[in-house]
Ligand binder design. Structure first.
Ligand code: RUQ
Ligand code: CUA
Length: 653
């Protein structure tokens, strides 16, 4: 008999979800009763700072949101894959190239798994990587500026879900396809999927100094679904592990047809071996179209380049590099403990967790003890690689994190709880309910050799009654647990924006001292920058007008412009001359079919306006920047298309 009790919590349409009651401690509460001193644990007094930065993916917002822990306060939303009118990302001329893809300009995506760069398996806080799931891309965020610095598209991929996890010296950020597709893409019957579709696992190199990304190689794997992945570390550094489901290769009604096999696989990939193979000339360069978009802090502008080929590797050509470990019941997450000894398969349709031993895996490979093969790739014997099973008593395990003290924490979606267990003995130590239906959990540094095992955040899929209702649409809900003691304690609830799938957190002491305060005006290399007020001007080139504009508290230079005509295309290139921390200015122009701009000190941004009507039209600063912010305004006179009014501009005349 299972140790937990289940009760029917809700019926959502035809979906049933179950909620485990925390009855192990002899008390049961639907509200997660708080001990009175828990308030102190999350209270960050006015003027005090949080201990951790947490970067939570935004899911369908396409972005990343930054929160403080333990307070749960949100500090910033970092636009990544989505246009963001708040600051003009994806609307300004400088940032539009960031959203270019081989499909054209894409204004949104679905971001899932952030991961922080590492050195020697420890968080170094230089960059944050995150995947765009829908139109496959990987982004790199610079953690000095908290801005998206680079986006690379991943060709031959679809549903870029087993991404973006990095190796322990940030050698690679890895992106695996969830959906297998025809490679190369072509017109073919869907029912011919089996045996013909392929799954690409992409290893994207990260340049050690600049962080610049480049696809080093793509493994063209059998046509399974590659769900999640994690790097080996410590002794298993050099390997990467991917869960698969739909090894049945079904193409319809997967909820039934992809659950036929009792076991799917975890694919173990010896990437060092493949790296060696490609460095010795292995692999096939194939035509591909994918964009590489890079933002420069010097020019304050992005460029988009279309890449034309990618190196593919047929895994059967590299013997000894790829092995399948049979894993029960459609595994979702695959997680590696901090020492790199164990690989945990979270079989989402099972109650138990399957733990594989890296040493046993190597021994089985050395002994060539196989249990057949799949598409020419050896399958290891389940019993040979099994280290143990966690008889969790939960239902629907999804993801596991580690505290660095020998404990693991697994989320269970169906039984809606976090279960703490001991690595090595596999015994369950504690369990706490989540409200409701947890997806990932996150411990700061939990995907590294050195976790900071003080807090665990559960990211819950269903909010229901946790907060004041806001109509049918609710924000998602996170819960903070104190995991410093033997038993987990739920200490806080906070709403999270979009759908945070995963998160990555890092001690504030690593990031905060390096956080950039301004951009130096003297170093501004933007081709349309106005670095001296005396250079402010308006230049006509046919129907195109360039306004070289400067801004400082509390005026624009120039603030009166005449000689603009209906049908013109007016580029406002605006440079913020402030050199103080936290003095941005904004810009909006009446009737502009574009977002406004928010321009940081020392930065230049450009907005396009196409006036359609004659008149005198105002613009103004949108950020309350000084006591005279309301005076920070100007006018543009628009004359008929055929008028011969000369261009003129002025300030204070
Ligand atoms: S996963 S549905 Cu990270 Cu559990 Cu995306
Ligand atoms: Cu500048 Cu308000």
């Amino acid at each position: 008999m299972k140790k937990y009790s289940l009760h029917l919590a809700a019926i959502l349409g035809s979906v049933l979800f179950l909620s485990g009651c925390g009855d192990q401690n002899g008390k049961e509460s639907s509200n997660g009763a708080l001990a009175s001193n828990n308030a102190e644990k999350v209270y960050v007094a006015p003027g005090e700072h949080d201990e951790f930065y947490a970067f939570m993916s935004g899911g369908y917002s396409g972005n990343v949101a930054v929160y403080g822990l333990p307070s749960g306060r949100m500090f910033k939303e970092i636009p990544v894959f989505s246009q963001f009118p708040t600051n003009g990302y994806g609307y300004s001329e400088e940032t539009k190239p960031m959203l270019e893809t081989s499909f054209g300009f894409i204004p949104a995506d679905d971001s899932h798994h952030p991961d922080i760069s590492q050195t020697n398996g420890e968080l170094d806080g230089r960059w944050l990587f995150i995947n765009g799931n829908n139109t496959p891309r990987i982004a790199r965020i610079d953690l000095k500026t908290f801005e998206t610095a680079e986006i690379i598209e991943v060709p031959n991929s679809a549903g870029n879900h087993s991404s973006s996890y990095i190796t322990e010296n940030s050698e690679y950020v890895v992106a695996g396809t969830r959906f297998s597709v025809p490679i190369p893409q072509r017109d073919m019957p869907i029912k011919d999927y089996k045996g013909n579709f392929k799954g690409a696992l992409s290893f994207i190199s990260v340049e050690p100094e600049t962080g610049n990304m480049d696809i080093k190689f793509q493994l063209i794997m059998p046509g399974f679904n590659y769900d999640l992945s994690h790097p080996g570390r410590g002794k298993s550094h050099g390997w990467f592990f991917f869960t698969t489901y739909n090894t049945e290769e079904a193409n319809s009604l997967l909820e039934v047809n992809a659950s036929q096999n009792d076991k799917d696989f975890i694919a173990a990939v010896n990437w060092k071996k493949i790296e060696e193979y490609v460095e010795n000339g292995g692999g096939t360069m194939v035509p591909a179209n994918y964009t590489h978009n890079v933002y420069s802090d010097e020019t304050h502008s992005a460029t988009s380049t279309m890449k034309k080929e990618v190196l593919t590797v047929d895994p059967t050509k590299v013997p000894g590099a790829i092995f399948f470990m049979p894993t029960p019941k459609s595994p979702h997450g695959v997680d590696v403990n901090p020492t790199g000894d164990y690989i945990i398969g979270n079989g989402k349709l099972s109650a138990d967790l399957t733990v594989f031993s890296f040493d046993k895996m190597i021994a089985a490979i050395d002994g060539k003890k196989y249990d057949g093969e799949a598409y020419g790739l050896p399958i290891l014997k389940f019993e040979d690689v099994l280290a143990g099973q966690v008889k969790s008593g939960g239902l629907g395990p999804l993801h596991t994190e580690f505290d660095g003290k020998g404990n693991a924490y697994t989320t269970f979606f169906i039984s809606s709880e976090v279960v703490k267990w001991k690595v090595g003995t596999w015994e369950v130590i504690d369990r706490k309910p989540t409200y409701y239906s947890v997806g990932h959990c996150m411990i700061p540094g939990g995907n590294s050799r050195k976790p900071f095992g003080k807090y665990l955040v559960s990211m819950n899929k269903i909010t229901k009654d946790r907060y004041l209702p806001t109509g049918p649409e609710l924000e998602h809900s996170a819960q903070l647990y104190d995991i410093s003691g033997d038993k987990m304690e739920l200490i806080y609830d906070f709403p999270t924006h979009g759908e945070p799938h995963y998160a990555a957190a890092i001690p504030a002491s690593i990031l905060a001292p390096k956080s950039q305060k301004i951009y130096k005006l003297a170093e501004n290399e933007h081709p349309f920058a106005t670095k001296n007020v005396s250079d402010a001007r308006v230049v006509r080139d046919g129907n195109v007008v360039h306004v070289y504009m400067a801004m400082i508290r509390s005026h624009f230079t120039p603030d009166n412009i005449e000689g603009i005509k209906v049908g013109d295309k007016v580029y406002f290139h605006i440079t913020n001359h402030e050199q103080d921390f936290d003095v941005p200015h904004g810009f909006m122009m009446i009737g502009q079919k574009n977002s406004g701009l928010l321009i940081m000190p020392g930065q230049t941004k450009t907005s396009v306006w196409e006036p359609k009507q004659e008149g005198v039209w105002p613009f103004y600063c949108t950020d309350f920047c000084s006591a005279l912010h309301q005076e920070m305004q100007g006018y543009v006179r628009v004359s008929p298309a055929k008028s011969n009014i000369d261009l003129s501009w002025s300030l204070g005349e």
